[in-house]
Write a protein that binds this ligand. Structure first.
Ligand code: ZN
Length: 350
């Protein structure tokens, strides 16, 4: 990096993250512990075996691993424990606010105690670290035999029930190839009726058409990934015109084979096109990354100055789904240490 102080600034500055999955952020050690406690049979029994298991062969292979790991959660205490660990790591990176995606474990626990467990962890982190989070409740489209109408209705109903209690959006995640976006319309209608925004994953495993479909059926303020928008100029023009924000997670896209290398990644083209975007970690331990690392990668490639990093993070805060007063408070909070003249390089580690 040209300017080492940019890296130090990224490491220290207060950050906001919009796209990270709680169950995808759970440490392998914790997954092993929960599997043992809840008698879930995993193909890996030790950390080295977990590392080998995490060598993803394809997007769908990753989703299979994610789903099996998520099934290790059996009690609200498991959710609270993982959420506390997650928030402690966010605090370590000075991520002061996160919109975290949570996949409901609908087979083993009712939703209400899961939401209460998340909110206990949230209250703890607010007290302990002064940081906060809210939830995107996603519809997992992983199950080939499911009825998408019933499934999306169930998850959207839960998400709407959690409004005002931490839930700020309905998501759509998992295997894009299993069902079309339109198949989940019944769930989207429930969210729209309640005024709950929808943030679908699209333009990751599938191409531009998946994003056109997501825009048509979800009217999303943001799209998870969306990095394959560069395959269609009309789509890029539409994203710019409507200022639909893309939640980009560069290393995730490399690990899952969406792009061959970081040099091939589309984020520079997206940035140059004037499409709003943020940088995120997605499932950090799976991809051996952190939000800090992702920001450093992008800053290096785009030759960002400290001022550029500052502007990017303020735009990320603008793209949160917080009510206006809370958003203003967040922007004020992350702006305070952005007084660059006060930025003391000698107190940083690089
Ligand atoms: Zn994701």
């Amino acid at each position: 990096m040209k300017n080492r102080s940019v890296k130090a600034f990224i490491q220290s500055m207060p950050k906001v993250e919009l796209h990270v999955h709680l169950k995808g952020a759970t440490r392998p050690e914790t997954i092993l512990k929960l599997a043992k406690k809840n008698n879930v049979e995993l193909p890996a029994k030790t950390l080295p075996e977990m590392a080998k298991w995490f060598e993803f062969k394809s997007f769908n292979h990753f989703i299979d691993i994610y789903s099996l790991n998520a099934s290790c959660f059996a009690e609200p205490e498991d959710v609270e424990f993982a959420a506390r660990e997650f928030l402690a790591e966010q605090a370590r990176q000075n991520i002061v606010y996160t919109e975290v995606t949570y996949t409901i474990n609908q087979r083993k626990m009712p939703f209400k105690p899961q939401l209460e467990a998340l909110n206990r962890a949230k209250a703890w982190a607010q007290e302990e670290f002064g940081i906060s989070m809210n939830y995107v409740i996603d519809i997992p489209r992983n199950f080939e035999n499911m009825d998408p109408s019933a499934f999306s209705t169930l998850f959207a109903t839960h998400a709407v029930q959690g409004m005002g209690n931490g839930v700020i959006a309905l998501g759509l995640a998992g295997k894009e190839s299993t069902h079309a976006v339109a198949d989940f319309s019944d769930g989207f209608d429930i969210a729209k009726e309640a005024g709950l925004p929808i943030i679908p994953h699209a333009g990751e495993a599938m191409g531009a058409q998946s994003m056109f479909d997501a825009i048509e059926h979800c009217d999303p303020p943001r799209i998870g990934h969306g990095v394959r928008c560069v395959e269609d100029k009309n789509l890029m023009a539409l994203l710019k015109e409507r200022q639909i924000h893309l939640e980009i997670s560069p290393t995730s896209n490399i690990c899952l084979g969406i792009f061959d290398s970081m040099a091939d990644h589309s984020f520079a083209e997206i940035a140059a096109a004037g499409i709003p975007y943020s940088i995120n970690s997605d499932d950090p331990p799976y991809f051996n990354t952190t939000l800090t690392d992702e920001l450093i990668i992008v800053a290096e490639r785009l030759n960002w100055t400290i001022e550029d990093v500052q502007a990017h993070m303020l735009k990320t805060a603008e793209a949160t789904l917080l009510p206006d007063a809370e958003k203003a408070a967040l922007i004020s909070k992350i702006s305070q240490p952005f007084k660059i003249d006060d930025f003391r390089l000698d107190s940083m580690t690089t």
